[in-house]
Design a protein around this ligand. Structure first.
Ligand code: AHZ
Length: 311
């Protein structure tokens, strides 16, 4: 059997390019027309397990002390991650996403419709990412991305390409790590995590204690209330760190988008809230299927997070 690799030997980001085995095939074109003789390079099954687990556990070790944790990989959280990672390649940024699939509600434009509407001036973020869009003739105030998934997959792939970002998906933030000050206030010192499947079964399984990530700054973008949404602001209320939530209000695109972008801020020391989670805290309107505010709130959240980190 092969010896288990030591933690010291693992360099996850330097092994991203596949090492050639026995295969003579170098390009896709060279595969064509040779299917009779096609075969994969040989592999031992346990190698596959080790290749995955040693990287995952190395990342768990590395990001147990993160610089910034983003909770929720929806359109706002991913926009925050992109801006943070681009601006500060020196920071360790962990993204914790409860779902298996990151992206939150941004895989469709609204209901089951494909097109994603972005009100100007958030079209600047599409140009930044290189996402193609079209103008709607006679409607100069917004642009249209032909499929919301084109925006979300482009943003996600760019975020995941940054070497200083780790996405832990299927992982849930189930509590906040807090510190008390002498005046009865609290500040944030990280997050408490668990596998989402475990978090969903605390009532019918024996206790499985969670894991922790320390970080001086967290950005919470868990969306508006729902099965898991508005997690961090609801937790602040239950620990009596803030008064009752304002509660998200009805749909009004014109007030909602400006309010979310302007209101993106640090609500207690070390915790920045952006995207639709903020609508629950502030009692702001919802905007429905227009996504410019999620991108702009992410840009704003990244700016506030860097200031908080540098304090
Ligand atoms: O799975 C959630 C989703 O991907 C994740 N999440 C929630 N609670 C979590 C927890 N731990 C880890 N405790 C958690 N992850 O957070 C993500 C939130 O994404 P979203 O798309 O729901 O929120 P957003 O604020 O990024 O975008 C909102 C998009 C909306 S909602 C809306 C309306 O209802 O009017 N309009 C827009 C544009």
């Amino acid at each position: 059997d092969y010896p288990a690799p030591t933690m010291m030997a693992v360099q996850p980001h330097k092994t991203a390019i596949p090492v050639k085995g026995q295969s003579k095939v170098q390009t896709v074109e060279q595969m064509a027309g040779k299917w009779e003789s096609f075969s994969f390079d040989p592999i031992r099954e346990s190698e596959v397990s080790r290749a995955m687990t040693r990287r995952y556990f190395t990342d768990l070790d590395k990001y147990a002390g993160s610089d910034i944790v983003i909770i929720g990989a929806g359109s706002c959280g991913l926009s925050t991650a992109y801006c943070l990672a681009k601006e500060r390649p020196d920071l360790k940024i962990a993204i914790i996403e409860a779902g298996v699939a990151p992206g939150g509600g941004a895989w469709l434009g609204g209901q089951l419709f494909s097109a994603m509407i972005m009100r100007k001036p958030a079209d600047a973020f599409l140009r930044e990412l290189g996402v193609p869009y079209e103008e709607d003739p006679g409607h100069p105030s917004y642009v249209v991305v032909k499929h919301a998934a084109l925006f979300t997959s482009t943003l996600l792939s760019k975020v995941l390409s940054f070497p200083n970002v780790k996405l832990f998906n299927a992982t849930c933030v189930e509590d906040l790590i807090t510190r008390s000050d002498n005046n009865g206030g609290i500040s944030i010192a990280g997050v408490v995590t668990n596998w989402t499947l475990v978090s969903m079964h605390h009532d019918d399984q024996s206790c499985m204690d969670p894991n922790t990530i320390n970080a001086p700054v967290i950005v919470s973008t868990t969306g508006h209330d729902g099965p898991m949404g508005a997690f961090s602001v609801k937790r602040l209320v239950s620990m009596q760190a803030t008064p009752a939530l304002g509660g998200m209000r009805g749909l009004d695109m014109n007030t909602a988008e400006d309010a979310i972008v302007k209101g993106t801020r640090e609500i207690i020391p070390g915790m920045i809230v952006g995207g639709m989670e903020l609508s629950e805290f502030d009692g702001a309107n919802r905007m429905g299927p227009t996504f410019g505010a999620m991108a702009a709130s992410g840009i704003h959240a990244a700016e506030v997070a860097i200031k908080a980190f540098e304090r």
